[in-house]
Ligand binder design. Structure first.
Ligand SMILES: Cc1ncc(COP(=O)(O)O)c(C=O)c1O
Length: 474
């Protein structure tokens, strides 16, 4: 088989696969036990080359067992959905395979990345801001903390961190674990992250934040970095940026908004008030690969002060790569990576394709679908809403006969649904209670998709609830 035929046949398969994304007779995942899966896909690499026909058979296997994240019954993660222009943008990007470090090897992509950063800054209200695409929200949070540390202790870049400095970070107790990982990576240690109490909707309590800062100062520590989460991972809560920024201003602390999940709400005129005060923050993590449905990964760190990212650079022996040819700045000097994927181009294609208005509508639709789902939970007597909805997530549980074992019951319910391949939804713990978390991040969801999800939920819940084996064991 020649290369052209192989390309055509693989593209044909890709097209067929995508066409079936919304066929509800095809499972979201074809579940088999992990041991059988390794055997089934014959994962080991052999000595001899594959024929074109064999290559196609492996492609079939991959498609057969991969989770269909583009199916509208995929609710498991904060990302989901299939976005046609972004997918095509990704294909085009891969075909021209390049790295974002210099203008000379990535001229168009550099122009486009700059345009995307500038557009996103306009939504954040960072008038003379800057930013960089990186590998995800966790990385964006890391680079934000790194930038804040370099602002107050620039010498640490060369001399290393002295742990007697006792730098301290403050986060919502329900913030993402990547903040602690960042503190670990930067040598501060995860114990330097102080978790601040949240209210019953999951939003940080500003007065508690101020108390924690004062307690830290009394202990002789050095508070330097506060994270406000804009869309918490489980409850979708938005921390109040105006009040927090006032505290940060008083104590001269860097304020980072972790909008990895919820940052895209900024493009919705209807709902952007959830992030009122964003222009007063120092940095913002924003993942278009979540609510904007761009293929993974597509993630940005924005900074309000355009000099920030350049200050992170230690400039040791880079004259073999950064030539700033034709007087265009090489973006690599703002990044902690050297080789860097082109992630801006797929976002650009999608934003241009839908237009600003179209994207606004997608985000508004995601919010409307969450509101619809919340109402369904309220209307179904067998379900209980665990926390009033904040934004794009709805947290609930099935109230089974044996109310002493609700966590076990709901876990089993979720697992039964996942293994059946009908729908996949994730869960987390709100305090000690297991909450099923429905996320409506797919901008193309319709009411019928939400209805179908709850039909599956009710059907499986009824079955488990009446099954003496299960209720006995639960
Ligand atoms: C609030 C929040 N911050 C950060 C992250 C990490 O983002 P990523 O998965 O892109 O590293 C997540 C991921 O779900 C998140 O919900």
């Amino acid at each position: 088989m020649d290369k052209g035929d192989l390309i055509n046949l693989v593209f044909e398969k890709v097209k067929e696969y995508l066409e079936k994304n919304n066929d509800n007779t095809i499972p979201v995942v074809k579940y088999i036990e992990p041991q059988s899966l390794a055997e089934e896909v014959q994962a080991e690499v052999g000595e001899l080359p594959l024929s074109g026909k064999e290559f196609l058979e492996y492609a079939d296997k991959y498609f057969e067992y991969a989770v269909r994240t583009g199916n509208k019954q995929f609710f498991n993660q904060l990302y989901s959905g299939f976005n046609l222009p972004a997918f095509l943008g990704e294909l085009i990007t891969i075909a021209t395979n390049t790295s974002m470090y210099t203008y000379e090897v990535a001229p168009v992509a550099t122009v486009i990345e700059k345009e995307m950063i500038s557009l996103m800054n306009s939504y954040a209200g960072y008038d003379s801001g800057d930013g960089i695409f990186l590998t995800g929200g966790s990385n964006a949070n890391l680079v934000a903390m790194f930038s804040a540390r370099n602002r107050i202790f620039p010498e640490v870049r060369f001399e290393g961190y002295n742990r007697h400095m006792k730098l301290r970070v403050f986060i919502n107790e329900q913030a993402h674990y990547s903040i602690e990982t960042a503190a670990n990576l930067l040598g501060l240690g995860s114990d330097s992250v102080i978790k601040v109490k949240a209210d019953d909707r999951g939003r940080i309590i500003p007065s508690e934040l101020e108390n924690e800062i004062n307690n830290s100062l009394k202990r002789g520590e050095k508070p330097f970095f506060v994270v406000a989460t804009s869309g918490t991972t489980l409850l979708g809560a938005y921390d109040p940026l105006n009040e927090i920024s006032e505290i940060c201003r008083r104590y001269d602390l860097w304020l980072h908004a972790d909008g990895s999940f919820g940052g895209s709400v900024l493009i919705s005129e209807q709902h952007r008030s959830l992030m009122d005060g964003i222009e007063k923050t120092d940095s913002l993590a924003w993942n278009p690969h979540k609510l904007m449905n761009i293929p993974l990964t597509c993630s940005v760190l924005l900074v309000r002060d355009e000099t920030t990212l350049y200050r992170n650079f230690t400039d040791i022996n880079t004259d073999y790569i950064y030539h700033d040819i034709e007087e265009v700045d090489d973006l690599g000097k703002k990044s902690i990576q050297c080789g860097r994927r082109v992630d801006a181009v797929k976002l650009w294609f999608a934003w241009k394709y839908y237009g600003k208005e179209g994207y606004r509508d997608r985000i508004d639709n995601s919010m409307a679908m969450a509101a619809y789902a919340e109402q369904k939970v309220k209307d179904m007597p067998e379900l209980e809403l665990m926390v009033p909805r904040n934004s794009f997530t709805v947290c609930f549980r099935y109230v089974a006969k044996n109310i002493d074992k609700l966590n076990e019951f709901n876990l089993e319910l979720r697992e039964e649904l996942r293994k059946s391949g009908k729908t996949i939804v994730n869960y987390g713990y709100n305090g000690k209670d297991l909450a099923i978390r429905l996320v409506t991040s797919n901008g193309e969801l319709e009411k019928k998709d939400i209805d179908l999800f709850f039909e599956y939920m009710a059907e499986e819940g009824r079955k488990l609830n009446s099954d003496s084996k299960n209720t006995g064991s639960l």
